[in-house]
Design a protein around this ligand. Structure first.
Ligand SMILES: C[S@@+](CC[C@H](N)C(=O)[O-])C[C@H]1O[C@@H](n2cnc3c(N)ncnc32)[C@H](O)[C@@H]1O
Length: 349
């Protein structure tokens, strides 16, 4: 039968399985284009042809053509007057120097996780991470691990900054004056939240090797007067006090339920009456059937952490109640963000 004249209901086909089977190829197209800094080089020009890309990079024309075509098929490039040009998506998020540049996360994922995900079966069988060795390192956030120390903070920033924008547009921060961002990395969330809410002052709390970098980045960005940084270990030390809201985005999924409960109790102790804890995560639905982003990221917690997991809002609500929080609210994000699909806000009575 000719497909184009077929008018009935589509029969069941294995096509969705093909997209799953070769999903890694798509990841590699994006990472390889970034390896050549393709979108930054194309930005602000009249576009590029396969022959020009080949000449610029000293590669053959065949792979240049195949790479450009694949990028175009994915919506990363368009074609104008016979030349490949950036689309809105690549121009906004894949050009170095742009505020919401996402490329550092892509590169980190490719360098650190691609091979580790090749051993997903091993992680499933052994219940152990494949990106680091729990025999020789205490946690994945080991400053001796070069990838973690050098690449991860930049990558996390690159993923977080747009998610922070989504949070800034979705939560009314009017009630809060001083925010503590626990595990706040380079201050990505603090920066966006303060930019959108001019009355807010914030502190990044993270491991000292991360806050050193955060302080430098915040000073360079001219944010040093509204955002400061405190180095510490949230398991070994008490959390700083004097804040009316504590934020934890993509922190609890790194740890076991017991460790998460410990962190929530610490937040409760650090806050005054009426204070709020805000949790941002790629939450699972309460039925445990999705969504894809959170569920597949959950397996990344298997590959990357000793005991972490993505959890549902209902699971976090139970943990928050057990830690003494009440008046727990679910907040959806106004924008589709890469690293979290909403927040939970809970209050200390
Ligand atoms: C997955 S990242 C999340 C970063 C940021 N909140 C975000 O959403 O992009 C986890 C953060 O927790 C920090 N962290 C890990 N263990 C810590 C500890 N024991 N004390 C303080 N911060 C820690 C890491 O350095 C890292 O910045």
């Amino acid at each position: 039968m000719n497909n184009t004249s077929y008018t009935g209901v589509q029969p069941l086909t294995p096509a969705p399985l093909m997209a799953m089977a070769d999903g890694f190829r798509v990841a590699k197209v994006l990472a390889t284009a970034l390896e050549f800094d393709l979108f930054t080089k194309v930005s602000g020009t009249g576009g590029i042809t396969p022959a020009e890309l080949a000449g610029k990079e000293g590669i053959a024309e065949r792979p240049a053509r195949l790479l450009l075509t694949a990028c175009a098929s994915l919506g990363l490039l368009g074609k104008r007057d016979g030349r490949y040009v950036n689309t809105e998506l690549s121009e906004e998020f894949l050009v170095r120097g742009k505020r919401y540049f996402f490329g550092d996360l892509v590169t980190f994922t490719d360098r650190r996780e691609y091979d580790a995900w090749g051993r997903l079966g091993e992680a499933v069988r052994t219940n152990r991470p494949t990106t680091w060795d729990p025999e020789t390192e205490e946690t994945l956030f080991d400053p001796q691990d070069e990838e973690m120390a050098e690449l991860f903070p930049k990558a996390a920033h690159s993923g977080a900054v747009f998610t922070a924008r989504a949070m800034a547009l979705s939560i009314d921060f009017g009630a809060y004056r001083r925010l503590l961002d626990v595990g706040g990395g380079l201050g990505s969330f603090c920066g966006e939240l303060c930019a959108h809410h001019p009355h807010l002052k914030a502190t990044v709390y993270d491991l000292p090797f991360v806050t050193d970098k955060a302080e430098r980045r915040l000073a360079e960005a001219g944010l040093g007067d509204r955002i400061d940084a405190i180095g510490g270990d949230f398991f070994a030390d008490d959390l700083p006090t004097g804040y009316d809201a504590i934020l934890m985005t993509n922190i609890l999924h790194d740890w076991s339920e017991e460790q998460g409960a410990q962190l929530l109790r610490k937040c409760h102790t650090a806050l005054g009456s009426g204070g709020a804890v805000i949790i941002g995560e790629a939450f699972l639905d309460d039925e445990g059937t999705g969504p894809v982003a959170g569920a597949v990221a959950g397996l990344n917690m298997l590959v990357e952490t000793a005991e972490g997991a993505n959890r549902s809002r209902a699971e976090y609500e139970a943990m928050l109640s057990a830690a003494g929080f009440t008046d727990i609210r679910r907040v959806g994000f106004a924008l589709d963000a890469p690293l979290a699909n909403g927040a939970l806000i809970a209050h200390k009575p």
